[in-house]
Ligand binder design. Sequence first.
Ligand code: DX5
Ligand code: ZN
Length: 230
Amino acid sequence: MKKQISASIMCTPNLMNLEHDIKKLESLGIDMLHLDAMDGHFVNNITFGPDILNAIHRTTKMPCDYHLMVENPLMFIERLELSEGDIVTMHAEIQQKNFDDAFEYLVSLKKRGVGIGIAVNPETSIERFSDYILSHTDMILVMLINPGFAGQPIIRGILNKPLYIRNYLDSIGYKDIVVSVDGGVSVERAKKLSKDGVDVFVGGTSGLFRKDMPLEKSVEQLRNAIKINE
Ligand code: DX5
Ligand code: ZN
């Protein structure tokens, strides 16, 4: 798989300029838009609800990578306008019934080409998922921070986890599940993580929307960092 950059829209410098910034990301060849939805319950922050997410979806041809940091993902997913190539990720840590209900709904959307992602917080282990869940999962989103806010320091020791997960998935026959990383993905870390088998890199304030350089430059740097024999 081609290594991909998923731009974290909540990290754009001025949310009033969303449409302009999305077009710019598109022109710079960004692969996906990472859309962080938060409900003020699963995490202590609130970002975008379904109406804004749908408005964003309509302004772009880029696939949307929905990261649902919400306790009841089904309520969101049912209202999302999803297209082929989009991926919807929910958290492993929510209540089991909420997880199962949303997962079943997502399984029913797979025939429309919508991918299923599962996000794991730093303390959550990969071994907890059943074969049934993994057999329908397209992506594991490995959180390098506790979710909720941009610009946080990464969790100590967490940089070993993506490789561990990659090896674990390969060893039990799930080579096709993509590993993605989110939170504190700087150019330097992306370089290491790409060698470790990570395929999708969420570009936030650390790797993409940086105060010290223009977007054109940070895109180029991040892209060069994740490239391996492409
Ligand atoms: C935070 C979000 C991330 C975040 C990553 O909970 O999931 O998408 O914006 O960006 P930085 O690089 O700021 O950690
Ligand atoms: Zn995210």
